[in-house]
Design a protein around this ligand. Sequence first.
Ligand SMILES: NC(=O)c1ccc[n+]([C@@H]2O[C@H](COP(=O)([O-])OP(=O)(O)OC[C@H]3O[C@@H](n4cnc5c(N)ncnc54)[C@H](OP(=O)(O)O)[C@@H]3O)[C@@H](O)[C@H]2O)c1
Length: 322
Amino acid sequence: MRAAFIQRHGAIGDVVRVDERPEPVPSGGQVLIEVAAATVNPRDYLLVEGRYVFSILAGRLPLVLGSDVAGTVVGLGPRAVGFAVGDEVLGMQTPRGRFGGFAERVAIRSGAVARKPPALPFEQAAGLGVAGITALQALRDDAELRAGEHVVVVGASGGVGSFAVQLAKHTGARVTGVCSGGNVELARRLGCDDVIDYTTADFRERVRDADVVFDTIGRERLATVRPCLRPGGRYVTTVPTAGNTKDQAIGSTLGRLRRGAPRSRTVICKARSRDLQELADLAAAGELEVLIDSRHPLEDAAEALRRSKSRRARGKIVITIG
Ligand SMILES: NC(=O)c1ccc[n+]([C@@H]2O[C@H](COP(=O)([O-])OP(=O)(O)OC[C@H]3O[C@@H](n4cnc5c(N)ncnc54)[C@H](OP(=O)(O)O)[C@@H]3O)[C@@H](O)[C@H]2O)c1
Protein backbone atom coordinates (compact mmCIF):
# COMPACT_ATOMS: atom_id res chain seq x y z
CA MET A 1 0.00 0.00 0.00
CA ARG A 2 1.03 3.65 -0.45
CA ALA A 3 2.06 5.51 2.69
CA ALA A 4 4.02 8.58 3.83
CA PHE A 5 6.82 7.48 6.14
CA ILE A 6 10.30 8.19 7.48
CA GLN A 7 13.29 5.89 7.77
CA ARG A 8 15.36 8.46 9.66
CA HIS A 9 14.81 11.83 11.33
CA GLY A 10 15.72 15.05 9.54
CA ALA A 11 14.32 17.96 7.54
CA ILE A 12 10.86 17.32 6.04
CA GLY A 13 12.08 17.65 2.45
CA ASP A 14 14.97 15.25 3.05
CA VAL A 15 13.36 12.36 4.91
CA VAL A 16 9.60 12.14 4.20
CA ARG A 17 8.96 9.51 1.51
CA VAL A 18 5.73 8.37 -0.13
CA ASP A 19 6.13 4.82 -1.36
CA GLU A 20 4.97 1.22 -0.88
CA ARG A 21 4.83 -0.12 2.70
CA PRO A 22 3.72 -3.54 4.02
CA GLU A 23 -0.02 -3.93 4.62
CA PRO A 24 -0.96 -3.66 8.32
CA VAL A 25 -2.58 -6.81 9.74
CA PRO A 26 -5.17 -6.16 12.49
CA SER A 27 -4.26 -8.04 15.66
CA GLY A 28 -6.06 -8.40 19.02
CA GLY A 29 -8.76 -5.76 19.33
CA GLN A 30 -7.73 -3.73 16.29
CA VAL A 31 -9.86 -2.75 13.33
CA LEU A 32 -8.34 -2.31 9.89
CA ILE A 33 -9.47 0.94 8.27
CA GLU A 34 -9.27 1.82 4.59
CA VAL A 35 -8.38 5.49 4.95
CA ALA A 36 -10.37 8.10 3.02
CA ALA A 37 -8.82 11.12 4.71
CA ALA A 38 -6.22 11.83 7.37
CA THR A 39 -5.26 15.11 9.04
CA VAL A 40 -1.95 16.56 10.16
CA ASN A 41 -0.97 17.54 13.71
CA PRO A 42 2.18 19.35 14.87
CA ARG A 43 3.33 16.00 16.32
CA ASP A 44 3.83 14.76 12.74
CA TYR A 45 6.48 17.28 11.75
CA LEU A 46 7.99 17.10 15.26
CA LEU A 47 8.27 13.33 14.80
CA VAL A 48 9.90 13.81 11.38
CA GLU A 49 12.47 16.15 12.91
CA GLY A 50 13.13 13.89 15.92
CA ARG A 51 11.61 16.42 18.34
CA TYR A 52 8.35 14.70 19.34
CA VAL A 53 8.52 14.07 23.10
CA PHE A 54 6.54 10.81 23.06
CA SER A 55 8.18 9.31 19.96
CA ILE A 56 10.02 6.83 22.16
CA LEU A 57 6.68 5.05 22.70
CA ALA A 58 6.46 4.29 18.98
CA GLY A 59 9.63 2.19 18.95
CA ARG A 60 11.98 1.89 16.04
CA LEU A 61 11.97 3.50 12.60
CA PRO A 62 10.71 3.24 9.89
CA LEU A 63 7.41 4.83 10.89
CA VAL A 64 4.38 5.75 8.82
CA LEU A 65 3.27 9.24 9.94
CA GLY A 66 -0.21 10.36 10.99
CA SER A 67 -2.58 9.94 13.93
CA ASP A 68 -6.04 11.03 12.72
CA VAL A 69 -8.03 9.14 10.09
CA ALA A 70 -11.53 8.52 8.79
CA GLY A 71 -12.50 5.71 6.46
CA THR A 72 -14.18 2.33 6.16
CA VAL A 73 -13.59 -0.84 8.18
CA VAL A 74 -12.13 -3.55 5.92
CA GLY A 75 -10.86 -6.04 8.51
CA LEU A 76 -11.08 -7.00 12.18
CA GLY A 77 -8.64 -8.43 14.70
CA PRO A 78 -9.79 -11.58 16.54
CA ARG A 79 -10.89 -9.60 19.63
CA ALA A 80 -12.22 -6.43 17.93
CA VAL A 81 -15.68 -5.57 19.25
CA GLY A 82 -18.36 -3.10 18.23
CA PHE A 83 -17.50 -2.79 14.53
CA ALA A 84 -18.16 -4.72 11.33
CA VAL A 85 -16.61 -4.68 7.87
CA GLY A 86 -18.20 -1.85 5.90
CA ASP A 87 -18.73 0.50 8.87
CA GLU A 88 -17.69 4.11 8.26
CA VAL A 89 -15.52 5.24 11.16
CA LEU A 90 -13.03 7.76 12.49
CA GLY A 91 -10.01 6.77 14.53
CA MET A 92 -7.13 8.23 16.46
CA GLN A 93 -3.83 6.38 16.35
CA THR A 94 -1.36 6.84 19.21
CA PRO A 95 2.46 6.81 19.41
CA ARG A 96 2.19 3.44 21.19
CA GLY A 97 0.16 2.25 18.18
CA ARG A 98 3.10 3.41 15.99
CA PHE A 99 1.10 6.16 14.20
CA GLY A 100 0.36 4.93 10.64
CA GLY A 101 -2.46 7.25 9.50
CA PHE A 102 -0.96 8.69 6.30
CA ALA A 103 -1.52 5.43 4.46
CA GLU A 104 -4.10 3.60 2.42
CA ARG A 105 -4.83 1.33 5.40
CA VAL A 106 -4.16 1.50 9.15
CA ALA A 107 -4.92 -0.85 12.06
CA ILE A 108 -6.20 0.95 15.19
CA ARG A 109 -7.45 -0.53 18.48
CA SER A 110 -11.24 -0.49 18.57
CA GLY A 111 -11.21 1.57 21.80
CA ALA A 112 -9.89 4.53 19.78
CA VAL A 113 -12.40 4.23 16.94
CA ALA A 114 -15.90 5.74 16.68
CA ARG A 115 -18.74 5.54 14.17
CA LYS A 116 -18.81 8.27 11.56
CA PRO A 117 -22.30 9.76 11.38
CA PRO A 118 -23.50 9.59 7.72
CA ALA A 119 -23.94 13.38 7.58
CA LEU A 120 -20.29 14.02 8.45
CA PRO A 121 -17.86 14.10 5.48
CA PHE A 122 -14.73 11.92 5.86
CA GLU A 123 -12.33 14.86 5.80
CA GLN A 124 -14.18 16.56 8.66
CA ALA A 125 -14.37 13.34 10.66
CA ALA A 126 -10.61 12.93 10.22
CA GLY A 127 -10.08 16.40 11.69
CA LEU A 128 -11.62 15.56 15.05
CA GLY A 129 -9.02 13.21 16.57
CA VAL A 130 -5.99 14.67 18.31
CA ALA A 131 -7.06 18.34 18.16
CA GLY A 132 -10.70 17.81 19.11
CA ILE A 133 -9.93 15.27 21.83
CA THR A 134 -7.26 17.56 23.29
CA ALA A 135 -9.64 20.53 23.43
CA LEU A 136 -12.42 18.40 24.94
CA GLN A 137 -10.27 16.69 27.57
CA ALA A 138 -8.37 19.88 28.47
CA LEU A 139 -11.51 21.93 29.11
CA ARG A 140 -13.61 19.17 30.68
CA ASP A 141 -11.05 17.17 32.67
CA ASP A 142 -8.06 19.47 33.30
CA ALA A 143 -9.74 22.89 33.52
CA GLU A 144 -13.08 21.52 34.80
CA LEU A 145 -14.72 24.41 32.93
CA ARG A 146 -18.29 25.18 34.04
CA ALA A 147 -21.18 27.13 32.50
CA GLY A 148 -20.92 30.84 33.28
CA GLU A 149 -17.13 30.79 33.70
CA HIS A 150 -14.74 32.91 31.64
CA VAL A 151 -12.06 31.14 29.60
CA VAL A 152 -9.27 32.68 27.53
CA VAL A 153 -8.24 30.50 24.55
CA VAL A 154 -4.74 31.40 23.36
CA GLY A 155 -4.39 30.28 19.73
CA ALA A 156 -8.11 30.47 18.93
CA SER A 157 -7.70 29.80 15.18
CA GLY A 158 -5.52 26.68 15.37
CA GLY A 159 -6.50 23.01 15.33
CA VAL A 160 -6.92 22.69 19.09
CA GLY A 161 -7.94 26.31 19.66
CA SER A 162 -10.76 26.37 17.09
CA PHE A 163 -12.34 23.33 18.78
CA ALA A 164 -11.70 24.77 22.25
CA VAL A 165 -13.57 28.00 21.46
CA GLN A 166 -16.61 26.09 20.23
CA LEU A 167 -16.61 23.49 23.01
CA ALA A 168 -16.25 26.19 25.66
CA LYS A 169 -19.26 28.04 24.20
CA HIS A 170 -21.14 24.75 24.11
CA THR A 171 -20.41 24.38 27.85
CA GLY A 172 -21.94 27.81 28.44
CA ALA A 173 -18.71 29.67 29.16
CA ARG A 174 -17.74 33.19 28.12
CA VAL A 175 -14.81 33.00 25.73
CA THR A 176 -12.01 35.43 24.95
CA GLY A 177 -9.92 34.31 21.97
CA VAL A 178 -6.31 35.32 21.30
CA CYS A 179 -5.08 35.22 17.69
CA SER A 180 -3.48 37.44 15.04
CA GLY A 181 -5.42 40.22 13.31
CA GLY A 182 -6.20 38.19 10.18
CA ASN A 183 -8.04 35.59 12.27
CA VAL A 184 -10.12 37.92 14.46
CA GLU A 185 -13.28 37.57 12.34
CA LEU A 186 -12.86 33.81 12.22
CA ALA A 187 -12.52 33.63 16.01
CA ARG A 188 -15.71 35.67 16.38
CA ARG A 189 -17.56 33.39 13.96
CA LEU A 190 -16.46 30.36 15.99
CA GLY A 191 -18.14 31.94 19.01
CA CYS A 192 -15.63 34.14 20.85
CA ASP A 193 -17.35 36.87 22.86
CA ASP A 194 -14.16 38.94 22.76
CA VAL A 195 -11.05 38.60 20.62
CA ILE A 196 -7.60 40.01 21.35
CA ASP A 197 -5.19 40.48 18.45
CA TYR A 198 -1.85 39.50 19.94
CA THR A 199 0.02 41.58 17.37
CA THR A 200 -1.44 44.79 18.80
CA ALA A 201 -2.29 43.96 22.44
CA ASP A 202 -1.10 41.73 25.26
CA PHE A 203 -3.95 39.62 26.65
CA ARG A 204 -2.11 39.42 29.98
CA GLU A 205 -2.66 43.15 30.39
CA ARG A 206 -6.22 43.17 29.06
CA VAL A 207 -7.86 40.23 30.85
CA ARG A 208 -8.70 40.16 34.57
CA ASP A 209 -10.50 37.60 36.76
CA ALA A 210 -10.67 34.82 34.17
CA ASP A 211 -11.47 31.38 35.54
CA VAL A 212 -9.32 29.55 32.98
CA VAL A 213 -6.51 30.36 30.56
CA PHE A 214 -6.21 27.57 27.97
CA ASP A 215 -2.88 28.04 26.20
CA THR A 216 -2.46 26.08 22.95
CA ILE A 217 0.72 27.92 21.99
CA GLY A 218 2.94 27.22 24.98
CA ARG A 219 4.72 30.52 25.41
CA GLU A 220 3.14 31.14 28.83
CA ARG A 221 3.24 29.51 32.19
CA LEU A 222 1.24 29.98 35.38
CA ALA A 223 3.36 32.92 36.61
CA THR A 224 2.96 34.90 33.37
CA VAL A 225 -0.85 34.51 33.16
CA ARG A 226 -1.50 34.90 36.88
CA PRO A 227 -2.56 38.58 36.59
CA CYS A 228 -5.42 37.42 34.29
CA LEU A 229 -6.74 34.78 36.67
CA ARG A 230 -9.11 35.10 39.58
CA PRO A 231 -8.00 33.47 42.85
CA GLY A 232 -8.31 29.73 42.30
CA GLY A 233 -8.13 30.15 38.51
CA ARG A 234 -6.67 27.45 36.29
CA TYR A 235 -3.96 27.55 33.65
CA VAL A 236 -4.04 24.62 31.22
CA THR A 237 -1.58 24.20 28.36
CA THR A 238 -1.06 21.70 25.56
CA VAL A 239 2.72 22.14 25.57
CA PRO A 240 4.67 20.02 28.08
CA THR A 241 7.61 22.32 28.89
CA ALA A 242 9.86 21.69 31.90
CA GLY A 243 8.47 24.88 33.52
CA ASN A 244 4.86 23.79 33.13
CA THR A 245 5.59 20.32 34.47
CA LYS A 246 7.22 21.87 37.54
CA ASP A 247 4.29 24.29 38.03
CA GLN A 248 1.84 21.38 37.88
CA ALA A 249 3.70 19.54 40.65
CA ILE A 250 3.94 22.67 42.84
CA GLY A 251 0.30 23.57 42.14
CA SER A 252 -1.06 20.20 43.20
CA THR A 253 0.89 20.35 46.49
CA LEU A 254 -0.20 23.97 47.15
CA GLY A 255 -3.78 23.09 46.22
CA ARG A 256 -3.84 20.47 48.96
CA LEU A 257 -2.46 22.96 51.51
CA ARG A 258 -4.31 26.14 50.53
CA ARG A 259 -7.82 26.47 49.09
CA GLY A 260 -8.01 28.87 46.17
CA ALA A 261 -4.39 28.41 45.05
CA PRO A 262 -4.10 28.74 41.24
CA ARG A 263 -3.48 25.52 39.31
CA SER A 264 -1.35 24.63 36.32
CA ARG A 265 -2.02 21.53 34.20
CA THR A 266 -0.60 20.14 30.98
CA VAL A 267 -3.17 18.13 29.04
CA ILE A 268 -2.02 14.80 27.60
CA CYS A 269 -4.69 13.72 25.13
CA LYS A 270 -5.99 10.16 25.39
CA ALA A 271 -7.47 8.28 22.43
CA ARG A 272 -10.98 7.22 23.52
CA SER A 273 -13.95 6.06 21.44
CA ARG A 274 -16.57 7.78 23.57
CA ASP A 275 -14.87 11.19 23.32
CA LEU A 276 -14.42 10.76 19.56
CA GLN A 277 -18.08 9.79 19.28
CA GLU A 278 -19.19 12.83 21.27
CA LEU A 279 -17.21 15.11 18.95
CA ALA A 280 -18.45 13.35 15.81
CA ASP A 281 -22.08 13.59 16.93
CA LEU A 282 -21.70 17.31 17.73
CA ALA A 283 -20.11 17.92 14.33
CA ALA A 284 -22.82 15.98 12.49
CA ALA A 285 -25.48 17.98 14.35
CA GLY A 286 -23.88 21.22 13.13
CA GLU A 287 -22.82 22.20 16.65
CA LEU A 288 -19.08 21.84 16.05
CA GLU A 289 -17.40 23.13 12.91
CA VAL A 290 -14.30 21.36 11.65
CA LEU A 291 -12.29 24.13 9.98
CA ILE A 292 -10.38 22.91 6.95
CA ASP A 293 -7.18 24.87 6.34
CA SER A 294 -6.07 23.06 3.18
CA ARG A 295 -6.22 19.72 1.33
CA HIS A 296 -3.25 17.76 -0.03
CA PRO A 297 -3.05 14.39 -1.83
CA LEU A 298 -0.98 11.70 -0.07
CA GLU A 299 1.81 12.15 -2.62
CA ASP A 300 2.19 15.75 -1.32
CA ALA A 301 2.41 14.77 2.37
CA ALA A 302 5.64 16.77 2.73
CA GLU A 303 3.81 19.93 1.62
CA ALA A 304 1.08 19.29 4.21
CA LEU A 305 3.75 18.85 6.91
CA ARG A 306 5.43 22.11 5.88
CA ARG A 307 2.09 23.88 6.18
CA SER A 308 1.73 22.52 9.72
CA LYS A 309 5.26 23.58 10.57
CA SER A 310 4.46 27.16 9.48
CA ARG A 311 2.17 27.33 12.57
CA ARG A 312 -0.21 29.48 10.53
CA ALA A 313 -2.85 26.81 9.84
CA ARG A 314 -6.46 27.87 10.38
CA GLY A 315 -8.00 24.61 11.58
CA LYS A 316 -7.02 21.24 10.12
CA ILE A 317 -4.74 20.29 7.23
CA VAL A 318 -6.27 17.35 5.35
CA ILE A 319 -4.47 14.58 3.47
CA THR A 320 -6.87 13.00 1.00
CA ILE A 321 -6.18 9.32 0.41
CA GLY A 322 -9.15 7.23 -0.68
N1 LIG B 1 -0.41 17.68 24.96
C1 LIG B 1 -1.17 17.15 23.99
O1 LIG B 1 -1.76 16.07 24.17
C2 LIG B 1 -1.30 17.88 22.69
C3 LIG B 1 -2.30 17.51 21.78
C4 LIG B 1 -2.46 18.26 20.62
C5 LIG B 1 -1.60 19.33 20.35
N2 LIG B 1 -0.61 19.62 21.22
C6 LIG B 1 0.28 20.78 20.98
O2 LIG B 1 -0.55 21.94 21.03
C7 LIG B 1 -0.04 22.92 20.16
C8 LIG B 1 -1.16 23.40 19.24
O3 LIG B 1 -1.57 22.38 18.38
P1 LIG B 1 -2.51 22.74 17.15
O4 LIG B 1 -2.82 21.46 16.44
O5 LIG B 1 -3.62 23.60 17.60
O6 LIG B 1 -1.49 23.64 16.27
P2 LIG B 1 -1.76 24.45 14.95
O7 LIG B 1 -3.09 24.09 14.37
O8 LIG B 1 -0.55 24.28 14.09
O9 LIG B 1 -1.79 25.97 15.45
C9 LIG B 1 -1.73 26.95 14.48
C10 LIG B 1 -2.36 28.22 15.03
O10 LIG B 1 -1.51 28.78 16.02
C11 LIG B 1 -1.77 30.16 16.03
N3 LIG B 1 -0.68 30.90 16.64
C12 LIG B 1 0.64 30.84 16.32
N4 LIG B 1 1.35 31.66 17.15
C13 LIG B 1 0.45 32.23 18.00
C14 LIG B 1 0.54 33.15 19.10
N5 LIG B 1 1.72 33.65 19.48
N6 LIG B 1 -0.58 33.49 19.77
C15 LIG B 1 -1.78 32.99 19.41
N7 LIG B 1 -1.94 32.13 18.37
C16 LIG B 1 -0.84 31.76 17.67
C17 LIG B 1 -1.94 30.51 14.56
O11 LIG B 1 -2.81 31.61 14.49
P3 LIG B 1 -2.27 33.02 13.98
O12 LIG B 1 -1.86 32.79 12.55
O13 LIG B 1 -3.45 33.91 14.18
O14 LIG B 1 -1.08 33.36 14.84
C18 LIG B 1 -2.56 29.25 13.95
O15 LIG B 1 -3.95 29.41 13.69
C19 LIG B 1 1.15 22.28 19.44
O16 LIG B 1 2.34 22.66 20.10
C20 LIG B 1 0.90 20.80 19.61
O17 LIG B 1 2.10 20.04 19.55
C21 LIG B 1 -0.44 18.92 22.37
